[in-house]
Design a protein around this ligand. Structure first.
Ligand SMILES: [Zn+2]
Length: 515
């Protein structure tokens, strides 16, 4: 049964296991937004949203999610972790309007004996008592066999014994976790094959963790062995190294195993961004599918292949995830990368000029790691000694800053050939500069967009005398725009990045007037 195509359920536990990540706490409204996005847009089969009896805030969030899910017909797809406590977890879940309990039973003999001080027989009686009550209350029941991976390794007899006792109970899914992320794909395949063959009438879920970086590979092994559902989280959120990534799991099961899934892949990146914002846990730029750099080609030969009709095409194309491919400019880039970027900027350069620009990009790329598309007009302007992009020039700038004193600035600028001199004040040097430049730009019907992000860094291993690089992200209404400034003084790096943005935007304003 194992290898043929079948439907695999994805159960997302970002809101329960994912929230157990250190430093992550979602507000009730954030939880509701994530739950809606998971069920309505990403269309996962089931979500686990909380642990029962945790807090009042949790209760409010679960109630709101259940209310919404009921209206949308998703009620049975919202699950809550509950404990072997007879009536308490069940009552808590019922009071939030919940319909499904994921009951946490002990999957290892050691836990049962040492944590609970109980025998298999005693623990089974307790579990069945809670199941009996949950059933009476009309809840749908799934059971976790906590720490099953270690339990199975240490004492299979305990695991089989527990299964024999629970098997006749009204349990929809037996959820087998690799709680500490200790299994390898071979071990997952062997143990799940055994479980699935021993209990062919039961539905098994696999709940992986990523401590060895094997979560996705382990999911493949479990699916090959016959499980019917897999647990994962958005952005691998979860304790320690986290859970399996829903984005990775979804594409791997489709592309590598031809499994049928309900998930709508075009929403994977958007929900990843939402969870990134709400959790405050940044996604690595090279994270598969959802990372910022994943669809950036740095090597010129790959851009050349794209130019010549998709020679480097893979199934993981950016369009599939509502993203676009970008072409990095740096020392690895070639003519084709430059062409692609020029196309995006709608710039047309002669072959001769392209060569000059490319040589400059390569030389800058030797010392600087990131050259953005927004830098390109400046490199071009610089290289070709064209005045067309020099709408604004900072001629002089002096900043006074002191501890416990407001900063003041005095600037001289050239805007479109007109010289201006003015002063500004603010809470810091950069703020004072923004005040001053704002006064000048008033005369040109131009206002600076607001800051979305402001990052300062120095090269790795740099000294106090190193260049600082300031990358500012500007919220330009319908798009985010990044500009970079480089200077030994970090305030001036920020000022240069600001001047760059003004330059680009004044240029665009001039162009749109002409057109
Ligand atoms: Zn877990």
């Amino acid at each position: 049964m194992s290898t043929h195509s079948r439907h695999i359920q994805l159960m997302d536990t970002t809101l329960r296991d994912g929230e157990q990540t250190q430093g992550v706490a979602f507000t009730p409204m954030e939880k509701v937004s994530i739950a809606k996005a998971l069920l309505q847009f990403l269309r996962v089969d089931r979500i686990e949203v909380a642990s029962a009896r945790v807090s009042e805030g949790e209760k409010e969030a679960v109630s709101l999610i259940n209310q919404w899910a009921q209206q949308e017909g998703f009620a049975e797809r919202v699950e809550v972790l509950g404990f072997v406590d007879h009536t308490r977890s069940v009552d808590w879940i019922k009071s939030t309007g919940g319909r499904v309990i994921n009951l946490l039973a002990k999957g290892s003999e050691k836990h049962c004996r040492e944590q609970l001080g109980k025998t298999l027989e005693q623990h089974s009686i307790d579990v069945l008592q809670t199941i009996g009550y949950a059933h009476e209350q009309g809840l749908k029941i799934n059971v976790y066999l906590e720490d099953w991976s270690n339990g199975y390794k240490d004492s299979r007899d305990y695991v089989y014994g527990l299964m024999e006792r629970l098997q006749p109970a009204p349990i929809s899914h037996f959820m087998l976790p690799d709680t500490l992320g200790v299994m390898s794909p071979d071990e997952v395949f062997a143990s799940f094959s055994d479980m699935c063959q021993r209990y062919p009438a039961l539905q098994f879920d696999f709940h992986p963790h990523n401590d060895y970086g094997l979560a996705t590979a382990n999911v493949m092994a479990a699916v090959r062995a016959g499980v019917s559902a897999v647990h994962c989280t958005v952005n691998c959120l979860g304790e320690r190294a986290g859970n399996a990534s829903i984005a990775e799991v979804a594409v791997v099961l489709r592309d590598k195993m031809s499994m049928e899934l309900s998930v709508d892949e075009s929403h994977l990146v958007r929900i990843s961004e939402m969870v990134e914002n709400f959790s405050g846990k940044r996604v690595a730029a090279n994270a598969p599918i959802v990372g910022a750099d994943v669809f950036t080609q740095t090597a010129g030969i790959h851009a050349d292949g794209d130019q010549k009709g998709g020679l480097y095409k893979t199934k993981l194309g950016p369009e599939r995830f509502s993203r676009i491919r970008s072409y990095a400019l740096g020392k690895m880039s070639g003519k084709a990368s430059l062409k692609k970027n020029l196309e995006q900027l709608e710039l047309d350069l002669s072959e001769e000029d392209q060569k000059k620009v490319l040589a400059r990009i390569v030389s800058i790329g030797d010392s600087k790691q990131t050259i953005t598309t927004d830098d390109l007009p400046f490199i071009i302007a610089d290289v070709l000694e064209s005045k067309s992009y020099q709408h604004i020039k900072l001629l002089a700038c002096s900043i006074n800053s002191g501890l416990d004193l407001p900063s003041t600035v005095s600037i001289r600028v050239d805007v479109k050939g007109e010289k201006h001199q003015t002063t500004g004040a603010g809470s810091g040097g950069f703020d004072a500069f923004i005040d001053a430049i704002g006064k000048v730009l008033q005369h040109y019907d131009y206002t600076l967009p607001t800051l979305a992000d402001y990052e300062i860094r120095i090269p790795k291993g740099g000294h106090t005398s190193a260049l600082t690089e300031c990358v500012i992200t500007w919220d330009c209404g319908n798009e985010l725009r990044k500009t970079r400034g480089v200077h030994v003084n970090q305030v001036f790096a920020g000022i240069l990045a600001t001047i760059k943005l003004i330059n680009i935007q004044l240029h665009e304003m001039a162009n749109s007037l002409e057109a």
